[in-house]
Design a protein around this ligand. Structure first.
Ligand code: ASP
Length: 339
């Protein structure tokens, strides 16, 4: 029997660390090391491993993920596993999902416990990711599943997966939708297929981003009694600061403190400004509350609605739209189907 051909692309992260002389964990392991640590992989797949970088995911850049997507798009394989750090996995996997339109499984995995600790999760996660990539149901539904994250024996859609804890082993979840599948014994048990209309529409609208340049997007989290000094700086010094768009981590169903409502509206006149729920995700309100800083007024003033995307994913989508050269109206159209 011919085994599925799986490409493992290693970017770095905790999964790829090793201790230095002082005991501090440093980037060090490459893709071959990760694969060699899991002999059971050889039974499942013909693995080809490649080290792309050795960086913590907190230091990855949009350009690197775009280059990775271009690389993955050109691969002649049956499945792709990206290993990286956990810190930005919820963003990088979503960006890959926006950029890739492949009919093979593309899976991102990582580790919370480093290789020097007792029971590190990296080897188990890599084995689970390869098992998922080789699974017949996953392969048959690869396009419908889109890019997936596999962590701690669960499979998540890239649009929905969040890092919900900074240190514990079960740090990943998809609070709005739950997992797509679970691993048990040596089986992948399907649970659901993701709803991808908004993503596929966004992808079609965004088109080719290869000629695009970095488009910095500011992310401002709005808290109780926010005085708005940073918003003021964005309004007054837009050109010096260099941001081309803003995502506001807004309150509740899409509200900002009344004292900054005017600034937020001025900002929306100057550059695409997206309101996303600081509660972590979930559809927002569109037409319930009145008043100067609620959803009705903000939407009327031209704020773009992030819908069910949490602020981090909304920032990734906005960067991608700006990089592709979309104008404000087109960006609003891309965001609208997210709910
Ligand atoms: N800072 C690390 C990273 O994201 C954490 C991890 O991998 O879990 O690369």
């Amino acid at each position: 029997m011919t085994l599925p051909r799986i490409k493992v692309l290693a970017l770095g992260g905790t999964i790829a660390t090793r201790p230095d002389a002082s005991g501090a964990m440093q980037m060090g392991l490459g893709a071959d090391d990760l694969v060699a640590a899991v002999p059971a992989l050889a039974v499942l797949a013909a693995i080809d491993a490649e080290t792309v970088s050795k960086v913590g995911s907190h230091s990855l850049g949009f350009d690197q993920i775009h280059a990775l997507a271009t690389r993955i798009a050109a691969l002649d394989v049956d499945g792709v596993i990206v290993t990286q750090g956990t810190d930005t996995l919820e963003e990088t996997s979503f960006l890959l999902d926006l950029l890739l339109d492949r009919d093979i499984p593309v899976i991102v995995t990582a580790a919370m416990r480093n290789p020097a600790l007792t029971s590190p999760d990296g080897p188990g996660n890599l084995l689970a990711a390869v098992r998922v990539a080789c699974d017949p149901w996953v392969r048959a539904h690869a396009k419908a599943l889109g890019v997936m994250a596999v962590m701690l024996d669960e499979v998540y859609a890239a649009s929905d997966v969040l890092k919900v804890h900074p240190t514990r082993l079960n740090a990943f979840a998809a609070p709005q939708t739950g997992p797509l599948a679970a691993l048990v014994e040596d089986r992948v048990v399907p649970l659901s297929l993701p709803v991808r209309e908004a993503l596929t529409a966004a992808r079609a609208r965004i088109g080719d981003t290869s000629g695009g340049k970095e488009a910095p997007v500011a992310l401002l989290w709005l808290g109780l009694d926010e005085p708005g000094y940073l918003l003021e700086a964005l309004v007054d010094h837009r050109n010096q600061l260099g941001y081309r768009g803003v995502v506001l981590g807004a309150m509740g169903g899409g509200h900002v403190p009344e004292r900054v409502a005017g600034l937020v509206m001025q900002l929306a006149d100057l550059m695409p400004t997206v309101v996303a729920p600081r509660a972590g995700g979930g559809p927002m309100l569109k037409q319930t509350y009145g008043g100067p800083s609620s959803e009705i007024a903000l939407r009327k003033a031209g704020l773009i609605w992030g819908g069910r995307l949490n602020p981090l994913k909304a920032r990734v989508l906005l960067e991608t739209c700006l990089r592709a050269g979309l104008d404000r109206a087109a960006i609003a159209e891309v965001f609208e189907p997210w709910g």
